[in-house]
Design a protein around this ligand. Structure first.
Ligand code: BGC
Length: 255
């Protein structure tokens, strides 16, 4: 499928620790055109294996238009700097080139997964019309973060790795920690509050958006939070990364 001339469409692919998800995005509305398509993240999640999976997702859509792909770690000028939740072989790899090579050399825009979700929530989701500093935190295998100021992304914030009370934030309060420890919502939310307080003391956002799969159950835990900044649940939920990747392929929010 190629992009119809009259409208802006991109394919966005969100690479996470457990799934590689893609969708064609209408950039005027932020809506997916047709179904989301998901494949399991290969294990071990090496650059070669993940890139081959990304290529399968592109082939599923038969897409030859603009393409944005996320990576769940720090990306500087296309090069991977961290790999907290994927195979360490990624470190130092040029993700832009690696994804592109698996796709026969076509251009690809690569950005951090939480940064993509932050762009999408700001433009089409829970942060629409919000001025000032918006922080998005995603709670999943790890904790991802994005900072958007008046619509422009400050890339590669890594609040999930802030030290909070002697422990890394994501080791304290990722959604995976709640599952592993079989914590109640109340118990886990205590840890999330500590992380939000550390973030708000460092950057004083106007709004915090909480995302990741666990935001679907926001009514169970967001009301229990005790930090000072207003907190809202992500609106796009499992499409935010896809939509943000598609936006980035058009250069939106990236400068
Ligand atoms: C990584 C972030 C990523 C987050 C969510 C963290 O461990 O360092 O870059 O956004 O996990 O995938």
């Amino acid at each position: 499928m190629t992009s119809p001339a009259a409208r802006n469409f991109s394919l966005g692919i969100d690479v996470g620790g457990s799934g590689v998800k893609g969708g064609i995005v209408d950039l005027d509305t932020g809506a997916l055109v047709g179904e989301r398509f998901k494949l399991a993240t290969p294990q071990p999640a090496t650059p070669e294996a993940v890139s081959a999976t990304v290529a399968e997702v592109v082939a599923h859509f038969g897409w030859d238009g603009p393409l944005g792909v996320t990576y769940p770690g720090v990306i500087v000028d296309g090069v991977v700097r961290t790999a907290a939740n994927v195979n360490r072989a990624w470190i130092g790899v040029d993700a832009t080139e690696t994804y592109s090579a698996a796709l026969g050399g076509r251009p690809v825009t690569v950005l951090n997964d939480a940064d993509a979700a932050g762009l999408a929530e700001h433009r089409f989701g829970a942060g629409v019309d919000q001025r000032g500093v918006v922080v998005l935190l995603t709670f999943g295998t790890g904790i991802g973060s994005a900072v958007v100021h008046n619509g422009v992304l400050l890339p590669n914030t890594e609040f999930g790795h802030l030290e909070v009370d002697g422990r890394e934030a994501e080791h304290r309060a990722a959604a995976s920690v709640r599952e592993r420890k079989e914590w109640s919502w109340k118990r886990w939310t205590k840890e999330v509050t500590k992380v939000l307080v550390a973030v708000e003391n460092a950057i004083w956002p106007d709004l915090i958006i909480v995302g990741g799969g666990i935001s679907r159950k926001a009514d169970k835990w967001v009301p229990l939070l005790e930090n000072r900044t207003p907190v809202v649940a992500a609106a796009l939920q499992n499409t935010a990364g896809i939509v943000g990747a598609a936006m980035a392929a058009h250069g939106e929010g990236m400068h």
